[in-house]
Design a protein around this ligand. Structure first.
Ligand code: SF4
Ligand code: SF4
Length: 84
């Protein structure tokens, strides 16, 4: 599937443990990435500074669901299940 433009769930719900430009310690779960625009697009898309973890994440029907709310719920559940 294609990424749903303007969704941004995977840039908000999960924690990211590697540095993001502007967030040197990554970000906690449930916090918007500083690189996510108000309309939920990535300011670093296509740029070398985009974190590797973001390059490596591909849209997937199970993760993305039918809308942003479903994706947020799935990712929050996954985050809770994998919290150390
Ligand atoms: S959760 Fe899926 S559809 Fe939403 S921004 Fe991430 S990859 Fe795109
Ligand atoms: S850098 Fe871009 S793709 Fe990665 S979490 Fe932030 S907004 Fe999302």
């Amino acid at each position: 599937m294609e990424c749903r433009l303007g969704c941004g769930a995977c840039c908000i719900a999960p924690s990211i443990s590697t540095p993001i430009p502007g967030m040197p310690h990554g970000k906690p779960a449930g916090t918007r990435c500083i690189q996510l625009t108000a309309d939920n697009l990535c300011l670093l898309f296509g740029k070398a500074e985009r974190p590797q973890v973001c390059h490596d994440l591909f849209p997937d029907e199970e993760m993305c669901g039918k809308n942003q709310a479903e994706a947020m719920a799935y990712l929050a559940e996954l985050e809770a299940a994998t919290r150390p």
